[in-house]
Design a protein. Sequence first.
Lengths: 343, 290, 274
Amino acid sequence: MGSITLKQVTKSFGDVNVIKPLDLHIRDGEFIVFVGPSGCGKSTLLRMIAGLEDTTSGNIDIDGEDATNMPPAKRGLAMVFQSYALYPHMSVRSNIAFPLKRAKVAPAVIDEKIEKAAKMLNLTDYLDRKPGQLSGGQRQRVAIGRAIVRQPSAFLFDEPLSNLDASLRVNMRLEISELHKSLDTTMIYVTHDQVEAMTMADRIAVFNGGIIEQVGTPLELYQKPVNRFVAGFIGSPKMNFIEVPAKAGDDTHSIGVRPEHLKITQERGLWSGKVGVVEHLGSETFLHVHVEGAGTLTVKADGDCPVSYGDTINLTAAESKIMHFDKDGVTIPSLSWGEERVA
Amino acid sequence: MATTQSRTLAKMMLFPSVTLLLAWMIVPLCMTLYFSFLDYNLLMPGDNEFIGFLNYEFFLTDPAFIESFFNTLLLVGGVLFITICGGIGLAILLDQAIWGRNYVRIMVLAPFFVMPTVSALVWKNMFMNPVNGLFAHLAEFFGATPIDFFAEIPLLSIIIIVSWQWLPFAALILLTAIQSLDREQLEAADLDGAGPFSKFIYIVLPHLSRAVTAVILIETIFLLSIFAEILVTTSGGPGYSSTNITYLIYTQSLLQFDVGGGSAGGIVAVIIANIVAIFLMRLIGKNLEG
Amino acid sequence: MNSSNKSKVVYTILAWTISGMIFFPILWTMITSFKTESEAISATPSLFMFEWTLENYKDVLARSPYFDHFMNSVIISLGASLLGLLIAIPAAWSMAFVQTKRTKNLLMWMLSTKMLPPVGVLIPIYLLFRDFGLLDTRLGLVIVMTLINLPIMVWMLYTYFREIPHEILEAARMDGAGIKEEIFHVLLPIALPGIASTLLLNVILAWNEAFWTLILTAANAAPLTAFIASYSSPEGLFYAKLSAASVMAVVPILILGWFSQKQLVRGLSFGAVK
């Protein structure tokens, strides 16, 4: 079991409200990702769930039981920290055994669990080394191993991959996803990297300034962001925003088009502009196009796109791919993904 | 960054240290304050009458106080000056590529571990003695008249001894600080055409300011209450020429058994130390923690 | 020989000369301790060309109970430092890992008690010790040494603890460790080098402390500082014996200090240098 319910949870440090009243239900077995820019409160909320920070007001229920004031050890959760937080003076084996020893598990059982976890995480050959003798990826696996053996009701990950280099990060991402599939345990994963969020999550909660802007599946957030913030945060490269002049009977204040939805056309389209920097990635090409009155638009084009610096090109986008936002940045559903258009 | 639980725990764990230090500070200090208003002499058992500020008047108007006050300042200031200037020089020298740096460092650090009574005795007898001391032998060898250190320049002699004890400390702290200097900064300065002198003034010295602050702070704490070196070498003399406040109060209270007068002196010493402390705390508050 | 090698030679000679001068008084004392008295005051002193003798050490041992003083020094300095650790570690844990707005002020205040001149409290402590029968006892000195070095211990430990990532202790908490386990199984083993150097430095400070030891002891509890002070006159004129006694008082701590020099410098600078 591992369902967690947050009811009107808040957190303030002195006068600063880091988390504004917030409700969230995390389902058993779900992989949920908290994503947002730094300082948005996502890590603080994770630490509150872990019991490492007090909850200023509101309730945290774990498996239907009020855990708001429980000490961390009693909550049945395991956490993997950004810095791994391995005990540097203990061998890998002792690190993994530490929580089991605290729980007074029999030595034979401990050994058995360590062997099993080590096999699962490819750590068998390293059990007698100290953390200092391991690579970043191996340390990360030890931290995960230490979390797994306790068989927690939920795993908490606090930016676990941000200290790894790019290629290793992709591998570990897969391993953690794999792990989730095989353990089928609730995982709460905090990251500032929207790619990690999109690739791993069952559901994503987008944080900004101490509130959750939107919760949904990766595709929902991509296709139907509720506001400019979510639209800009999800997707890479970022969505292009263009301010539009006010029109009677239309609340649209700005529109947004994703780079992948902008098409280069021969005939005059919606915009035309001068090509600036061209980034060739092989499989695709990113163009930065300076458009009079709309600023610089990023365009994702084919890998063999023949355009070069200084060219003038025409751009257009399907009406159905253009999002409309009102003056508060809130998406206008009827114009952005109205029923008629989907049909 | 913590929960109520751990904050409560933290308070409990702080309790012993705070209480003990508070007691160590407050109880004797209050007693000293109380005694300082009494006519209290251990040699003359009596009523220990309340005499108001008389003890303070005697202590503060005593020419010995003025003299020992300035001696204290000279002692602290002189040692700080010598150890910091010498320490910076030594630190820069030891930072160069040299053979046997570890042995050099061990030799330089050694005086710090010598107990004050030993270093005072050794310097007094074997080096500064006007007849058999090594300096006297040296002077005679060159045909000069030996200096009678403790008769002619008593305070300076003590400053020399104390500086010898504290120079290693300053040098080693400053050396560690210099070694933490970012080499790229110096290389950038080289590219900008800075000479050794301007590199020292504009890069090395500012980098050392934290370490210098720490040296000043720690040395001052210990130097304000120099005692053994004076007791062993000059006993404060000739006259009061090498008496500092610590030593003056010691002679008054434990040698002349004048508890009242000594206590008044003690309170004065505390006030002086507080003035120095406030000044220093400002300095480190800005420099050390920031 | 290229120019960088030339400068290395120059710097090496300079460094060895200066450090040799700084070390000379100690070396000279060591050498003198093996001379006869007449050679020790010779107007043409010799560095190595003399009759080496152990007479002085025998004389010193015969004249005063050196080993009693030595044991007093060991017990007082080690006792005070261990007791100090016991009190300072919890305080440093609190300050390093549960920081509040007051933490900095508290640290400053603790350090300021170190600035309280001993003479300010000399008489009351003397009288209190007399009334409680603590004068000239090892226990009395252990108490005083613990208290005067407590601020330094707290501060040193605090600077060491502060470098330990909070996350490691939080991980222990998540793993079900109570505060005792957190401190004994996680914090102390990780901070061991820092704790060891704090202990060492305070042993050295207590070993060399020469205000309270001189005032509060007579015969029974007198440590080596008092032992050596008894040579101030007129025995001080017997250089060879004075040297032998000095060597015996200083060498134990000198060796200890040399072993721990790197840690000491870092610890004593209160984190001002890394």
